[in-house]
Ligand binder design. Structure first.
Ligand code: HDD
Length: 706
């Protein structure tokens, strides 16, 4: 029978040693003592019991009087803020920018004056289309947003890992994003462009074609944030003390070189570890292996802008590095993870209009529109114009202004003056303008008819797409073809598929034919009519290939070592040493996560159990179970997948002869040069050196029949 009186085990029972409370279900709870902070309400009232709400009787109703319960639930109910309308899924880290050469002749920006000086930075990487909880490896552009806390204010370079964009005018942005995200009637697909609406929109917007080539390339399935380039995309200006303006494009070059995964691998990573990119960055920073990029500038003047074959205000075009070389002027190092994801990564508010004296905008119509959008969106997201006071957004230099009040006003002016000019004198009158140090816009003369129009040079949508395609290595061209075929195979409307191919005919005949064949198009469409009739054959730009610019080092990468009890101790030691010497990492994947005992009788901890550590999580694999272990693993489907996937994804595979039964059961009977037998420490070294090529791409053609 139910009783209306507290049972004995509901009374807080003080445990002798540990200061433990026992809750209703007999579970235990720490009680504050010594240095442990006291749990309080938001008002600072110490809380006696956080396990039970206030009730009228043990089985009676909860009382409205329970202010602690109400406060706790009230706050919880309001925890979520609107996610970003784009770039919702992101990951941020702190670090610094260090200038390596003074640019005082080109800009008066304080950050660029003194070589060797460090400026605090916060960087948030993101995908674009997916919601906050979407996986890290959809095919998507990655955001690369950098906040630099300079001594003369915050400067945000809100860029991407691709130097061009889909559209030329910001007025098209809502259409682009609506088309890319989930379709409005069904609410799917999540985090992917492989659907009708996206391809419908872009195939009706030829200005997107250059970007389409970039997003169908391996750039949109990066191995990690650490292995991506970043770009400011637009042309900006740097302005020196004399007021002279130089055009500039910003580039971030990863120290570890660029690297991407294979598409089939990306699909599987999303299941195996949806946090693959954030975990990679978190682990790298926590291990002291700080991700680093060089800041490169392409600097040019009006004379170049006038003679360049494209408009420097057109964000769908690049200036090839071979035309304007990149000048490396500093490095960006990320050396600290956030203390709190929400407070920093979620609340950070990047705004393209956050620039500093010595930097200025150009008339790029995409940039001009962005300058409105970012400030506006932060108000929606963060709920108050005082978002600039949040520690992650506040400048680290002194700031003083007369903006006041609003929700969550945290820093309020003292005294009487909240306007200027005022006559309250230096002590009480508040801050004053400073014409010498203050921000001045470059005094460009502007004139023209008020019309909705685009400049003529914006009209060539194909030449640079062709240049990008022809600058890729053969294996990269195949990946681009495969990506088009994959995406268009998810498009249900045949006319949209054909329309995309009609654009590809203006990019490269062979590509268009391969894609048409891949999707089984019945008849080749006519080429899309270009707005600008002449499609030019531009010189390929070798800098645009990932494979052609491979790092020749395996540093920062990770090997998955499939082991079992009895794994040969000498080979194991050889692999561990070679990996360490290279500056790479390894993880043991074993039948049991508790670990394995090698042939020398030593117990090693494993990082993954075989069914949670598929080979897609690694850049290369080593398969060295003992003969007994191989027999066991041969009967385990996930172990067979481990070697099969590593093979299909063109990974280098180091193996012991004893692993052969596993290979045979997995159907891997043909060995190739990407598979290296490991019998000694010297073999292990050779293997890790072979891994510097990152992938054994020659194998790929053999594993894809359709
Ligand atoms: Fe944007 C976020 C990059 C065009 C409007 N954008 C956002 C972020 C990045 C970019 C990296 C995430 C920032 C963060 O981590 O918080 N966006 C770009 C680039 C573009 C671009 C490189 C083209 C060159 N964006 C663009 C246009 C518009 C916007 C044309 C609107 C007219 N973007 C936004 C936004 C977002 C945003 C709605 C969503 C969340 C936010 O701003 O803070 O305002």
């Amino acid at each position: 029978m139910a009783v209306d009186k507290p049972a004995d085990n509901l009374k807080p029972a003080r445990m002798a040693e540990a200061d433990i409370l026992r809750g209703q279900g007999g579970e235990t709870h720490q009680v504050a003592r010594g240095d442990t902070p006291v749990l309080t309400t938001q008002q600072g009232v110490p809380v006696a019991d956080d396990q039970n709400s206030l009730r009228a009787g043990a089985r009676g109703p909860t009382l409205l009087e329970d202010f602690h319960f109400r406060e706790k639930i009230f706050h919880f109910d309001h925890e979520r803020i609107p996610e970003r309308v784009v770039h919702a899924r992101g990951f941020g880290a702190h670090g610094y920018f260090e200038l390596t050469e003074s640019l005082s002749d080109i800009t008066k920006a304080d950050i660029f004056q003194r070589a060797g000086e460090k400026t605090p930075a916060f960087v948030r990487f993101s995908t674009v289309a997916g919601n906050k909880g979407s996986p890290d490896l959809p095919r998507d552009v990655r955001g690369f947003a950098v906040k630099l806390y300079t001594k003369e204010g915050n400067w945000d370079i809100v860029g991407n890992n691709i130097p061009v964009f889909f559209i030329q005018d910001a007025i098209k942005f809502p259409d682009l994003i609506h088309a890319a995200k989930q379709e409005p009637d069904r609410g799917f697909p999540q985090a992917q462009t492989a659907h009708d609406n996206f391809w419908d929109f872009v195939s009706l917007s030829p200005e997107s074609v250059n970007m389409l080539l970039w997003i169908m390339s391996d750039r949109t399935i990066p191995r990690g944030f650490r292995f991506m380039e970043g770009f400011g995309v637009h042309t900006f200006r740097l302005v020196n003390a004399q007021g002279r303006s130089t055009y500039v494009k910003f580039h971030w070059k990863p120290k570890l070189g660029m690297q991407s995964v294979a598409w089939n691998e990306a699909l599987k990573i999303n299941g195996a570890d949806p946090d693959f990119h954030r975990r990679d960055m978190w682990n790298a920073i926590q291990n002291g292996d700080f991700p680093e990029w060089e800041l490169g500038l392409q600097l040019f003047d009006d004379a170049f802008a006038d003679k360049f074959e494209f408009d420097i205000l057109d964000a769908t075009k690049i200036i090839p590095e071979e035309t304007i070389p990149i000048r490396k002027v500093g490095r960006l190092v990320l050396d600290r993870v956030v203390d709190n994801f929400f407070a920093e990564t979620e609340q950070v508010a990047f705004c393209t209009q956050n620039i500093v004296p010595g930097v200025d905008f150009t008339n790029d119509p995409l940039l001009q529109g962005r300058n409105f959008s970012y400030l506006d969106t932060q108000l929606k997201r963060l709920g108050s114009p005082n978002f600039t006071y949040l520690p992650i957004n506040a400048p680290k230099c002194p700031f003083a202004h007369f903006q006041q009040d609003g929700h969550m006003a945290m820093y309020n002016p003292k005294g009487r003056a909240n306007y200027e000019p005022n006559s309250w004198g230096p002590a009480q009158g508040g801050p004053r303008e400073t014409p010498e140090r203050g921000f001045h816009s470059v005094p460009v003369v502007e004139s023209g008819e008020k019309r909705r129009v685009r400049a003529e040079l914006f009209a060539d949508h194909y030449s640079q797409a062709r240049q990008f395609y022809l600058s890729q290595a053969a294996v990269e061209q195949t990946h681009i073809k495969d990506a088009f075929v994959f995406e268009l195979s998810k498009v249900e409307t045949p006319a949209i598929r054909a329309r995309v191919v009609s654009h590809l005919l203006n990019v490269d005949d062979a590509l268009a034919k391969r894609v048409a064949e891949g999707i089984g198009l019945d008849a080749m469409p006519a080429a899309a009519e270009p707005a600008r009739p002449v499609i030019r054959d531009l010189k390929p730009s070798p800098a645009l290939s990932i494979v052609g610019n491979a790092p020749n080092s395996f540093k920062g990468r990770k090997i998955g070592v499939l082991v079992s009890d009895g794994t040969n101790a000498d080979v194991l030691k050889g692999v561990m040493e070679a990996v360490k010497t290279e500056g790479a990492m390894l993880e043991f994947v074993a039948p049991k996560v508790g670990g394995f005992t090698c042939s020398a009788g030593k117990k090693h901890a494993a990082q993954q159990k075989i069914n949670g550590g598929p080979s897609v999580l690694y850049d290369a694999v080593v398969v060295i179970p003992s003969a007994e272990g191989a027999k066991l693993l041969a009967r385990e489907a996930t172990a067979r997948d481990f070697v099969n996937d590593a093979y299909a994804h063109a990974k280098f595979i180091g193996y012991a002869e004893s692993a052969k039964p596993l290979f045979e059961k997995a159907g891997l009977t043909e060995m190739d040069e990407g598979m290296i037998a490991l019998n000694s420490a010297a073999d292990a070294r050779r293997f890790v050196e072979a891994c510097r090529k990152l992938r054994f791409w020659q194998r790929e053609a053999r594993v894809h029949a359709v």
